[in-house]
Design a protein around this ligand. Structure first.
Ligand SMILES: [Zn+2]
Length: 490
C-alpha cells in the first residue's frame, strides 16, 4: 500500500481528479446507492439517478448530510442502520454491473467470504464533544485496513521514517477515532508504540515514569494532556532528551501552545522538536496530518484523494467554492463500507480553504486543507454558545487562552449570577500562570485578547495555582479535561 501512497503523493492534479471521478462513480453505483437505505431515499427524493453522478462536479446535485440526519436515524430503531451499507442478494442482483456479478459467482466461497468481510461491521468508534448523543460509526474488516493504511500515511507525512522510532501514545483508551487511528498507525508501520491510556488510566506520575523508561522519540496525545505532562516533567527535571516529534490530535493546537511545549521539552533536553497537528473526525473515520514544517507556518493537512473528496462550501448558501476560498469543509468518502456518509457538513470552516498546489515543504501533490480551522458560525455548531445574548465560539476562546505564553492552565465557566436562573449569564475565566507573571497585567491582556478574538469580556478572571487547576479540570480523573463548564440551568 505504501507504494500506492508514494505514487499518489507525486501524481499531478489532473490525474488525481480523474481518479477521484472514477472512484466516486464506482462508489455511488456499486455501494452507496444500492446498499444505503438513507442515500437511496436521498437520491430518489432529489430526482438524481446514480448514473447522473459522473464525477466530483456532480456531487453538487445532491443535498448535504447534517449531524442531525445521523442523530435522527440513530434514535429511530427502524432506521438505525440506514447509514450502514447493507448488501443483500436482491440488491446485488438489481444494482451491480453484470461483470461484477459474474466475478462474485465465479469466485465461489472465497468471493462470498470477501464480500462478508467487506460489509459486515466488527468495530465502532463514537463521536465525542458536547453534543447530547454520541453518534456511532461502524467499520468492517475492510475499513480497518483503510484505518491502518491511513495511519501509515500519517506517519509518512509526519516524517517518521526510522523503524527504530519509539513512540508513546497518550490518547485516552476509548472508542474514539484518535486512539485507534494512532494505534493502527503503530501496528501498520511496525514502529514500537506504547499506549498509556492517558492521565485517567496511569496518572501524571505513571505517564512520566513510562516516558523516562522508554525515552521516546515520538509523543502522541491531546494538546491539553501532553502540555500538562511536559510542563510537570520539566518542573520535576525529568530527563527526556530523545523527543524529535510531538503529534497532537482531537483538539485544535495554536502556535502559542506549540511554543510552550517546545520550551518545556527543551528544558528536559529535547531541543530539536517538531510539534505537528492532525485533523480528523469520526464521520471520516480517518485523520489527516501536517508535515514537519516550522511551528509558525503550517502547510496544512494533507488529504488522501483516493479515499475521499473534500468540497469547500459557503456555510450560508451551500454553494461550492473555488480553490483557496474560505468555507466549510464537506466530506464524501469514495472508498469503504460500514457507516458511510455523503456530502457531510463538518461544521469546520477552513480559513483559506483547500489548495491543490504542491506542498512547499514536502512537495507532495495531494490536496491540503488550510491549517486554520474554526467552527462555522451558526447555531448548528455544538461548540457555539450564547453568552450574555452573544453567540460565542468556545473553541476560539480556548485558542486565545492556550495561545497566551503566560498561561499554564485555563478553564471557562458559565453560570447564572447568584445561581438564579432568571439572572444574567456570568463568564468566569480561571487561570494558572507561570511563576513570576504579573497577575494584573496578565488579566488585562486576557481581557483584551478575548475581546478582540471572540468579542466578549469575562465578568471575572480568577487566578488559581496549577495543582488547583488540574483538580478542577479533572486532568487525571476525566477522559477529557473539562475546559468548559456550563453550569447554567438548561
Ligand atoms: Zn507537506
Amino acid at each position: 500500500m505504501k507504494s500506492v501512497w508514494n505514487g499518489l503523493a507525486r501524481t499531478d492534479r489532473a490525474d488525481l481528479r480523474r481518479l477521484q471521478d472514477e472512484r466516486l462513480v464506482q462508489h455511488v453505483r456499486e455501494r452507496l446507492y444500492p446498499f444505503s437505505a438513507h442515500y437511496r431515499r436521498v437520491f430518489d427524493a432529489a430526482g438524481v439517478k446514480p448514473t447522473d453522478i459522473r464525477g466530483v462536479a456532480d456531487l453538487a446535485r445532491l443535498p448535504f448530510t447534517m449531524k442531525a440526519d445521523l442523530l435522527a436515524a440513530q434514535s429511530d430503531p427502524a432506521r438505525k442502520r440506514d447509514f450502514v451499507l447493507v448488501p443483500s442478494p436482491e440488491l446485488i442482483r438489481e444494482h451491480w454491473p453484470l461483470a461484477k456479478k459474474l466475478r462474485l459467482l465465479a469466485g465461489g466461497g472465497e468471493a462470498r467470504e470477501r464480500l462478508r468481510r467487506d460489509y459486515t461491521p466488527n468495530f465502532v468508534t463514537f463521536t465525542t464533544g458536547r453534543s447530547a448523543d454520541p453518534i456511532v460509526f461502524a467499520y468492517t474488516p475492510y475499513d480497518i485496513q483503510i484505518l491502518a493504511e491511513v495511519g501509515a500515511r500519517m506517519f509518512d507525512v509526519h516524517g517518521i521514517q526510522d523503524p527504530l522510532a519509539r513512540i508513546v501514545n497518550m490518547f485516552p483508551f476509548a472508542p474514539h477515532l484518535a486512539f485507534w487511528q494512532a494505534t493502527w498507525a503503530g501496528f501498520e508501520t511496525g514502529c514500537m508504540m506504547l499506549s498509556t491510556g492517558g492521565g485517567k488510566v496511569m496518572g501524571t506520575a505513571g505517564n512520566l515514569r513510562i516516558l523516562e523508561r522508554v525515552q521516546p522519540t515520538v509523543l502522541i496525545g491531546t494538546p491539553g494532556f501532553v502540555y500538562h505532562l511536559l510542563r510537570e516533567g520539566a518542573e520535576l527535571k525529568t530527563k527526556l532528551d530523545q523527543v524529535a516529534l510531538v503529534i497532537l490530535g482531537a483538539e485544535k493546537v495554536t502556535p502559542g501552545l506549540k511554543e510552550k511545549m517546545g520550551e518545556a521539552l527543551a528544558r528536559m533536553g529535547s531541543r530539536k522538536v517538531t510539534i505537528s497537528g492532525t485533523y480528523g473526525f469520526t464521520e471520516a473515520r480517518m485523520a489527516f496530518s501536517e508535515c514537519p514544517a516550522s511551528h509558525a507556518e503550517s502547510p496544512g493537512y494533507h488529504v488522501y484523494p483516493d479515499l475521499g473528496v473534500f468540497e469547500v462550501v459557503d456555510p450560508v448558501s451551500g454553494a461550492v467554492l473555488g480553490e483557496g476560498e474560505t468555507g466549510e469543509l464537506v466530506y464524501t468518502p469514495i472508498d469503504g463500507h460500514g457507516t458511510v456518509v455523503c456530502r457531510y457538513r463538518t461544521g469546520d470552516l477552513a480559513v483559506g480553504g483547500i489548495t491543490w498546489e504542491p506542498c512547499p515543504w514536502c512537495k507532495r501533490t495531494v490536496p491540503r486543507i488550510a491549517s486554520e480551522l474554526r467552527r462555522v458560525s451558526d447555531q448548528r455548531s455544538m461548540s457555539l454558545t450564547k453568552i450574555k445574548g452573544t453567540l460565542v465560539d468556545l473553541s476560539s476562546m480556548g485558542s486565545v487562552l492556550s495561545n497566551t505564553p503566560e498561561i499554564e492552565e485555563w478553564q471557562v465557566v458559565l453560570q447564572k449570577k447568584n445561581d438564579d436562573p432568571h439572572e444574567l449569564d456570568e463568564l468566569i475565566v480561571r487561570l494558572s500562570v507561570r511563576s513570576g507573571t504579573d497577575r494584573a497585567a496578565c488579566e488585562k491582556k486576557v481581557r483584551q485578547e478575548l475581546l478582540i478574538g471572540v468579542e466578549i469580556a469575562p465578568n471575572v478572571v480568577e487566578f488559581k495555582t496549577t495543582p488547583e487547576m488540574l483538580e478542577v479540570l479533572g486532568m487525571e480523573t476525566e477522559m477529557k479535561e473539562k475546559r468548559f463548564l456550563d453550569r447554567r440551568p438548561k
